[in-house]
Structures are given as structure tokens and as C-alpha cells.
Design a protein around this ligand. Sequence first.
Ligand code: MN
Length: 250
Amino acid sequence: MRMGGSSHVGQVREINEDAFWCGAGMLVVADGMGGHAAGEVASRLALDTVVDLLGPLATQPEKGAAKEDFEALSRAIDEAVHAANREIFAHAQADPTLKGMGTTLTLALIRMGRVLLGHVGDSRAYLIHNGELVQLTEDHSVVWELVRSGGISRAEIQEHPYRNLLTRALGTARGVDVDLQQVRLGATDGLLLCTDGLTAVLADGEIARIIARHPDPQEAADSLIRAANKRGGPDNITALVAVPGAGQGE
Ligand code: MN
């Protein structure tokens, strides 16, 4: 697939605590949290750990769908995210200025017409299917739980006082539950990974239309960032777009 990614501090925050990586069959996004730039440390640690551990798997030659061991790849993703959790937690324990730091982490490994996901927090992975966004991940947030239980509607998320409260994050405790998923990628399907700074200000339909207008994935990602900034850019914004075609990762 062809991939592009972009990240921006936004219009309100002083530092960008989001981090991303894309290339060679893998997309990763992390949205750090914590005082005094600790969030920046957390998202960077998460990214570096999973890219180190999974990068070699993402770039090894594909074996053909019948021989590809997708379960083993999914376990490797689970282990890598747990390793990232331990790394962040250990740093936070060792340095009082980093205490309480944490991060979201959403990663997608693309192999043989499938996408394998690992996910913790409220960043999102979407399938781009027939020009529409299909959200693959569930937000690990208080408001998402409220939506699931029927307490509020999806439209009410962005106005809710608890919209920033996560129910799961990486690095804030010794253990973590990681959502793992395998999804078939159709020949014309694409992927979007993003942080909540994008989805807080743009509706899924608006995001889909912007991506459809830009065949080049880097231009699509850049255009999404511009659109979020035009809406006030209240948070750090990160968008990664992968579309069908020869290039990185396929
Ligand atoms: Mn954010």
C-alpha cells in the first residue's frame, strides 16, 4: 500500500505529545498524556518499542496467505504492546517528573490482504471501504462506555465533560489489556489511523470526503491536519493514511 502520515501540535497546546510511524507494512500512532512533557516521553517510548520489535516482522518477505501465521503475528503484536507498557511504567517509576505518564497506542500491521491491529486507548483505526469510514477499534474511554450502554449518543461525545477520560492507557499500570483484531483488506480498501485531535473536530463523513479528494496519501494526511486546525485545533492532531497501490508495505 501507499502510506502518508502527518502530525501537528494544533492551535492551543504548546507541545505535540502525539507520535507516529509509518512505513514498511506498518502504521503506528500514539497520543501521550502527563504533565511537563511526560506525555511526549510516553508516546515516544511506546512507538520506539513496538517499531523495534515489530519492524522486522513487518518487513520480512510474505509467505503466501496459506502459509502466513496470522495468529503468531497477532501474538507478537500483543507481546510488543505489553513490552511498551512495561517500558513506560518502568520509566515512570524511576523518574518522579514522569510519574503518571501514559499513552494511547494503535498499530496496524498489513500482511497478505489483512490488517492486524493492536489497540489501547482512544486513538482510532478505520477501514476506508467504498469511500466510507468504518471504525475498527473501540475507544477505551468513559464516554464510549456511555455510548455502548445507551447513556449518551455518539453525537454527544464531543460535548461531554468526561470526553478525555480514558478507561485504558499504556504505561499507567503494571499490566494492560490489549485489543487484538484481524480484518480482511479488500483490493480497494484503505486505512486511517488517527488521534482524537482529528476525530474531536471532524465527523467521519467529512474525513472520508477529504481522503477521497486526495489520491496521494501524504496529501490526504496533510489536508486532514489543515481541516482540523481550521476547526480550532484544540488538541494535537495526527493522521496516517494508507491506500491501495504499489509502494511501502505491499
Ligand atoms: Mn489527543
